[in-house]
Design a binder for this molecule. Structure first.
Ligand code: NAI
Ligand code: MG
Length: 358
């Protein structure tokens, strides 16, 4: 197996180092796991040097890999729309990674800002290739009193069907009963009514139950009763916002992974933390690497090693249960490197226990 690694900017680079150490550690003790990783320097530094976030043939290069592990991008020297639209968006869109899969799960020993102590465990299927995040639109009459901007939302029947089918397939595979759809068809009467119609028809072809909530009510329900959700399906914008909120209610962005999936496997899928480059803490070595390491775990599951995924998840949970190593975002003062090392140590000890020593 070959994976492409793009650490990116800011804390992306710091947390990626720890994820790569975890991968090394897994391979050291398990010779059936052979993954060759190639690191690409595509980032804002690259932009400052070359005038583009990645080379013209970047997608051709990436296509040859089995999966992509991505850190985060964003740097004050480069406008955010450039970093996003020249790096992340082309990969997500051209590689038809139309599913953005985001688990929202309580972890042991992590306090939620909510008062409810009930465990939260649901997933968000965010449409990732069309919707509100389109480059269709433009501005006219700039710097004149009548200046204007138009931003078009693109929703296609097949796009809505595909994300809903992916959500339903997951629900059926994991014994879930219910799909929750995020909408706003009372106000956004063209695209969101279209969304409702095709979500409803797609779910009706299964025996799953569908509940549909207006996004403004749904954000309130996320806070009031997050334990009620199983599988949430949402458009690109709504899914983006819901997943940061979801991350916050289970302990914060430092713990939240995501997978940009091309379910047909025509193109590589990409795994990345939900968080960005966190310029406020970048360079201090205090970022929590768990979101990145969990993203690596999702990658391992995707490329056919659910055993390695489970091992990493158990190690993350063990470290949190022990509680002596905690980064600042979860109430401690450990460094990024200390957290990475603690996870590696647990993995090594579990592997040695399994194999009886090497
Ligand atoms: P952000 O996710 O970078 O940071 C939000 C807050 O969460 C900050 O206070 C940060 O310190 C904290 N945080 C994030 N990750 C953390 C971690 N692993 N450990 C501890 N604390 C963590 O979002 P923000 O500030 O809105 O954006 C910063 C830059 O990141 C911008 O340039 C933005 O465009 C970019 N961005 C990139 C994304 C990506 O690469 N996929 C996603 C989101 C934002
Ligand atoms: Mg986001």
């Amino acid at each position: 197996m070959k994976i492409a690694v793009i650490p990116g900017d800011g804390i992306g680079k710091e947390v990626m180092q720890e994820a790569l150490k975890v991968l090394d550690c897994l391979m050291q003790h398990d010779n059936t796991l052979q993954i060759e990783s190639t690191v690409f320097p595509w980032s804002s530094d690259y932009y400052m040097e070359h005038g583009c976030m990645m080379p013209k043939d970047a997608l051709e290069i990436l296509k040859k890999y089995d999966a992509i592990l991505f850190g985060a991008i964003g740097d004050v020297r480069v406008p955010d729309d450039i970093t996003v639209w020249e790096l992340i968006m082309p990969i997500r869109k051209q590689f038809q990674q139309y599913v953005n899969f985001r688990p929202i799960k309580s972890l042991p020993n992590i306090a939620s800002p909510l008062t409810s102590t009930k465990e939260v465990d649901f997933v968000i299927f965010r449409e990732n290739a069309e919707g509100e995040y389109s480059n269709s639109g433009g501005q006219l009459y700039q710097n004149q009193p009548q200046e204007m901007a138009i931003q078009n939302t693109i929703m296609t029947r097949r796009g809505i069907e595909k994300i809903t089918e992916a959500a339903c397939n997951y629900a059926l595979k994991y014994g879930k009963k219910k799909i929750t759809s995020a909408t706003k068809s009372n106000a956004v009467i063209h695209t969101m009514k279209f969304w409702d119609e095709h979500v409803k028809r797609t779910v009706s072809q299964t025996n799953l139950q569908l509940e549909s909530y207006y996004i403004d009510a749904l954000v309130a329900y996320f806070v009031e009763r997050p334990h009620d959700f199983e599988v949430v399906v949402a458009s690109n914008l709504f899914g983006d916002i819901l997943s940061d909120l979801g991350a916050a209610i289970v302990g914060g962005l430092g713990l939240s992974p995501s997978a940009n999936l091309n379910p047909e496997n025509e193109f590589p899928s990409m795994f990345e933390p939900v968080h960005g480059s966190a310029p406020d803490i970048a360079g201090h070595g205090i970022a929590n690497p768990i979101a990145q390491i969990w993203s690596l775990a999702l990658l391992l599951g995707h490329i056919g090693r659910p055993d390695a995924e489970q091992l990493v998840m158990t190690a993350i949970e063990e470290v949190l249960i022990k509680g002596d190593v905690r980064t600042a975002d979860i109430g401690g003062n450990s460094t990024t490197t200390e957290m990475g090392a603690a996870i590696c140590n647990i993995i090594a000890s579990m592997q040695i226990a399994q194999t009886g020593g090497v």
